[in-house]
Design a binder for this molecule. Structure first.
Ligand code: G3I
Length: 376
């Protein structure tokens, strides 16, 4: 009798801890995101250095329990991994890859060629002038061969080029574009494929529901394919707000990318709960204006939280609806406290964009999802 009560209590405890960030006895089955949805698509999360080094054990519990894929939030970007032309810093990236391997996760590399967090030496000579196309090609090739080659066979896929197409479908005038023109993208894909022929290769961008960018990215996919270059998926970052993008536009883009012959990945999913910056206002105007842009400094009111949760759930349901074309859904951080959104587009705000709150508790929609049957 006593044993029966204890067993029942254990069942209840395991059921309820499954979604609140406390490790359950078996994190591979049920009651966790990967337990419920891991057979539909990869469930990923962006991780930082503290997490992979085990310094943030509460986050690590959540990562191990709920996710079967990781991506490096920062440590593989050129400014960090290759700070000087003749110096790489592999300490953090090595720790990231080992962490993924120890936990049996699909490891994603982010990102090989990006105009932001760009190593200062990459596109210029000693005098700070742009290097020639030949020099830049050589540098790109060396950079990509070294990094992709180091992790050959261990990284499932790479964000090869990040954020190169603008909202009107034209190319961003990045240093890579200024020096090499459109050619820098096929070259990057070619070098990445040569360095690890088995790795998946992705083009990754934000605002992918915007028609101009969507068309530009599809043109790019077609060009890469026409040249016989490998591209497996398009990464739709998915940094969302309370009113944008619309579910309809996002779905249209997902289907358009799929029709172009690539898989779709939601690569950097989060949703700001804060008012977005007005295009016309000067944010340094007044204290009251600043307060109005940072309205939830204590807690997120229930009225906002319920809209946020419903919207996040409806997007997740959209991803599930298209599980035949979606191969990965990755959230951009573990818990609200360590999201980049607290500092963007305005530094020092308190935002609520992720699946777990500042106390490492699953948000209501995550708990709901975790109780769904895995045959959903
Ligand atoms: O590491 C330094 C630290 O030494 C210093 O004390 C501190 C002071 O601000 O800055 C730290 O660097 C910050 C870095 O994140 C690591 O935390 C940078 O200031 C900060 O700008 C940087 O922000 C990152 C941002 O990319 C830079 O563009 C965010 O963490 C990261 O989440 C974000 O990720 C990007 C994706 O790679 C591409 N898509 C958009 C996404 C959001 O911007």
């Amino acid at each position: 009798m006593k044993r029966g009560i204890i067993t029942n209590l254990l069942v209840v405890v395991i059921f309820f801890t499954g979604c609140i960030g406390v490790p359950s006895s078996d994190s591979n089955t049920g009651n966790t995101l990967k337990g419920v949805f891991g057979d539909k698509f990869l469930i990923g999360v962006a991780v930082n250095d503290n997490q992979v080094r085990g310094k943030d054990s509460l986050s690590v519990n959540i990562i191990q329990q709920h996710f079967n894929s990781i991506v490096a939030e920062n440590c593989m970007k050129s400014a960090l991994i290759h700070p000087e032309e003749n110096r790489y810093d592999f300490e953090a990236p090595d720790a990231f890859v080992s962490f993924g391997e120890k936990n049996g996760m699909a490891i994603i590399g982010h990102c090989l060629i990006w105009h932001s967090q760009l190593a200062p030496w990459f596109c210029v000579d000693d005098k700070g002038d742009k290097v020639s196309p030949e020099v830049l090609k050589k540098r790109m090739k060396e950079h990509i061969y070294t990094i992709v080659g180091r992790y050959k066979g261990r990284i499932k896929g790479w964000d090869v080029v990040n954020e190169a197409i603008l909202e009107d479908g034209s190319y961003r005038k990045s240093p890579f574009y200024e020096i090499l023109g459109e050619e820098f993208i096929p070259l990057a894909f070619q070098y990445a494929h040569e360095a690890d022929p088995d790795a998946e290769l992705y083009y990754n961008d934000y605002g992918m529901d915007i028609p101009g960018r969507q068309e530009g990215v599809i043109r790019l996919v077609n060009q890469l394919k026409a040249r016989g270059l490998r591209i497996d998926a398009v990464g739709m970052q998915g940094h969302m707000g309370m009113t944008y993008p619309t579910l309809e536009n996002f779905e249209k883009s997902m289907l358009a990318f799929s029709s172009a012959g690539v898989k779709v990945m939601i690569t950097e999913w989060d949703m700001s709960a804060l008012p977005s910056q007005s295009q016309t206002a000067n944010i340094s105007d007044t204290v009251s204006y600043r307060k109005s842009l940072n309205p939830y400094q204590d807690i997120l009111p229930d009225s906002v939280s319920s809209v946020w949760n419903a919207r996040m759930k409806s997007f997740f349901e959209l991803f599930l609806k298209h599980k035949d074309i979606v191969t990965r859904v990755t959230v951009w951080g573990v818990s609200d406290g360590n999201s980049w959104k607290n500092n963007f587009p305005i530094r020092g705000r308190k935002d609520y964009p992720l699946l777990f709150d500042r106390n490492y508790q699953a948000k209501p929609f995550v708990k709901e999802l975790c109780t769904l049957s895995s045959d959903k």
